[in-house]
Design a protein around this ligand. Structure first.
Ligand code: 5GP
Ligand code: ZN
Length: 148
């Protein structure tokens, strides 16, 4: 795909990276996706996989675009693992401001993980705070189920 065919959004840093207007450490590219090293990695080798077409969030993405991103993320994850010797990794989407999204061009984080790394996703503390009261899990199930 030539750069002219990539839809871009003014002032989107990841669109500029995809178009080659600002430099990046590219690791992979295919027809729909582009992957590069995160400039501020959680572990060395941390990559970002983005759709070439601008979309801000998962809501704006067609299922096919999400599939293409996950297909690319799996390839990239396998390559990171082969290069760095890790056997584990996180694939993460921060979707929306409260979820930690800072760059509003959809992206998958692929982060290699090691036994002794200091990367902490503190589920345990959150789980103690978010506990269901008696019977509440069924209310939540029904409330969500109305929209599915
Ligand atoms: P978010 O918090 O939106 O999920 O993650 C955005 C990520 O993009 C961050 O991890 C940040 O380090 C990375 N990032 C932001 N600007 C740039 C950039 O110009 N180049 C690269 N390679 N990564 C960037
Ligand atoms: Zn963009």
């Amino acid at each position: 795909m030539i750069n002219d065919e990539v839809s871009t959004m003014d002032n989107c840093i990841f669109c500029k990276i995809v178009a080659g207007q600002i430099p990046s450490a590219k690791v992979y590219e295919d027809h729909e996706t582009f992957a590069f090293l995160d400039i501020a990695p959680a572990n060395k080798g941390h990559c970002l996989v983005v759709p070439k077409k601008h979309m801000a969030t998962v809501e704006e993405a067609a299922p096919e675009a999400l599939a293409a991103m996950m297909r690319a993320a799996k390839k990239v994850a396998r390559a990171i693992s082969s290069a760095q010797g890790n056997t584990a990794y996180n694939i993460v989407v921060n979707n929306g401001r409260e979820a930690g999204q800072i760059v509003f061009h959809l992206h998958l984080h692929v982060i290699p993980r090691y036994a002794d790394d200091e990367l902490v996703i503190d589920w345990e503390r959150a789980k103690r705070r978010a506990k269901y009261a008696s019977g509440e899990i069924e209310q939540v199930r029904l409330a969500i189920g109305k929209f599915l």
